[in-house]
Design a protein around this ligand. Structure first.
Ligand code: TNX
Length: 522
């Protein structure tokens, strides 16, 4: 009895404290993901009003674009069409975007968001930083702002200063559009979510045994035949070069680069079915709609194979402004190792000749890596270490933590579990710098979360696997390790449930997260 009374008293006290706090705007209590490096609260508020102006300090299109992004975001919820103007002198009211290259701590992507009662001042050394400040600002507003419908009440931001910059320069997600095809609009929805959580890489897995998804004008049957189906026998699909460019442009406007992957020499059945001459026996294979891996290989000995690769790389590179080209290289069980090594060596040279840096899955570390080749660790730590010993940096996508296609638990409807079950807490609780002994911070380019699509055939199913785990990965790539812990993160994530609902994102309501006020589903 006594114990109950004390607990009751403790609860009452807590209640009083949190009530007092919620009456005073507190910039430190805003459930931001990823968690910023530094937040100082000054406990007042800034009101976004009909006459608020958004200023830019110069007319660089990238800066104007970011300011416009903010204005567009605010419009549906507030009903205000806030104008973007060039600031003549330093304004004392409104929202100001400015570049300060001298603030070198902010680097390529950092920002300072300084909110006072009359002014929101956003500073960065580079435009990407301004964009990330806007993503933070978005999370300072109610989740309902994401629903793009008019919201009543005052539109208040808590005052104070946030200084913030990422730990890793490469923070990505991979989408497998080969096993199941996803449309341009679906890819754009994914891009919107990457941007909201400060990710800057979209890796598209454009070819595999079950489908070839990008138009190559010099080899038209790749898509005409090789793009005509998918896992389960559906109708598949592909991006025309124009559609691919549209994705690249949409991503670039959100400071995201696209990395195209053409997986080789294995995972190539769709190409082998489309062109008989790519097979050693000169016979085209049948299209494949199952989910086995490791049975196909380009013909390593034939010269036409390298002409084919050169044509594909050359057309794709012309459409891809980002610095990387992904050559796959995984699970080439149908390629003898003595053929695999010279193949990877040669393909690296082809990509280099087209001015791009190579990325390959960790198996490529068996070959002789050239300068600027990156190894993507997914399965074998020994391969990743081999890569590092050759001087390569690694991208971390450890399957048992970062694979978005792993099931959450044994009751998950979608996903696989060859690397184990990956609950939302387990996906969050790891650190790049301590994951593989012998691979330290300077060896790591960044983190990427792959979504393989064998088991998901539409965007709702895809989102169920991606969200909310991707948010945790975004924080791992961005926030300092000392700012991260599960107990705190799970509360912030719980608040993002409403945000994702308002965004129309179909996430998994994990029992490890104390969701509050989100619709109970699944
Ligand atoms: C392994 S990860 C693969 C993919 C599969 C995935 C399924 C990697 C480089 N290869 O081909 O889709 O497992 O989880």
């Amino acid at each position: 009895m006594k114990k109950v009374a004390i607990n009751f008293l403790a609860l009452m006290t807590l209640g009083v404290i949190s009530c007092t706090q919620s009456n005073r705007p507190d910039l430190t209590g805003q459930n931001l993901i990823p968690q910023p490096v530094e937040i100082t609260a000054t406990n007042q508020s800034f009101a976004i009003q009909e006459n608020t102006k958004i200023f830019v300090q110069n007319e660089l299109p990238e800066i104007q674009g970011v300011a416009k992004f903010l204005s567009d975001f605010l419009q549906p919820a507030t009903g205000f069409a806030l104008p973007v103007e060039l600031a003549s002198a330093e304004p004392t009211e409104g929202i100001l975007f400015s570049i300060n290259e001298a603030d070198s701590q902010l680097g390529e992507e950092g920002y300072e968001l300084n909110i006072s009662e009359n002014m929101v001042k956003i500073t960065a050394a580079k435009p990407a930083g301004l964009f990330y400040a806007v993503q933070t600002l978005r999370q300072l507003l109610p989740a309902s702002f994401e629903s793009k419908t008019k919201q009543d009440g005052k539109y208040l931001l808590a005052t104070g200063v946030i200084r913030d910059y990422p730990q890793y320069a490469f923070r990505g997600m991979m989408l497998d559009v080969a096993r199941h095809f996803f449309t341009v609009d679906e890819v754009k929805k994914v891009i919107d979510m990457l941007a909201a959580y400060k990710l800057n890489v979209l890796h598209l897995h454009l070819s595999d045994d079950q489908g070839w998804r990008i138009e190559i004008k010099s080899w038209p049957n790749l898509t005409a035949h090789g793009g005509s189906t998918e896992v389960g026998g559906g109708e598949g699909g592909f991006y025309t070069q124009e559609q691919y460019s549209d994705i690249v442009r949409y991503a670039a406007e959100r400071f995201i680069i696209v990395i195209p992957e053409i997986d080789m020499p294995g995972h190539t059945n769709a190409a082998l079915a489309s062109y008989a001459e790519l097979n050693c026996d000169g016979k085209a294979t049948e299209l494949y709609t199952g989910i086995k891996v490791g049975f196909s290989s380009l013909c390593i000995k034939k010269e036409i194979t390298y002409q084919f690769i050169n044509d594909v790389v050359s057309e794709l590179v012309a459409l891809t402004p980002g610095p990387y080209f992904h050559i796959g290289g995984d699970e080439s069980h149908a390629t003898p190792i003595e053929e695999y090594i010279p193949f990877i060596n040669r393909v690296q040279e082809i990509v280099k000749a087209h001015g791009k840096k190579v990325i390959g899955w960790d198996e490529i570390a068996h070959a002789n890596l050239i300068e600027n080749t990156f190894v993507q660790y997914w399965a074998k730590a020994d391969n990743a270490k081999k890569g590092v010993e050759q001087g390569a940096q690694v991208i971390l996508s450890p399957a048992s933590k970062a694979y978005l296609d792993m099931q959450y638990d044994s009751t998950s409807t979608y996903g696989l579990h060859w690397a184990g079950y990956v609950e939302v807490d387990s996906a969050y609780v790891w650190s790049p710098e301590t994951l593989v002994p012998g691979i330290s911070r300077e060896n790591i380019l960044g983190v990427e979360s792959p979504l393989w699509s064998e088991t998901v055939s539409n965007i709702d199913e895809m989102e169920y696997l991606v969200f909310p785990r991707l948010l945790g990965h975004a924080e791992i790539g961005w926030s300092p390790v000392e700012k991260r812990n599960w107990e705190d993160y799970k509360l912030r994530l719980a608040a993002h449930g409403k945000r994702m609902e308002a965004q129309g994102v179909d996430f998994y309501r994990s029992a490890t997260v104390p969701w509050s006020g989100t619709e109970e589903k699944k």
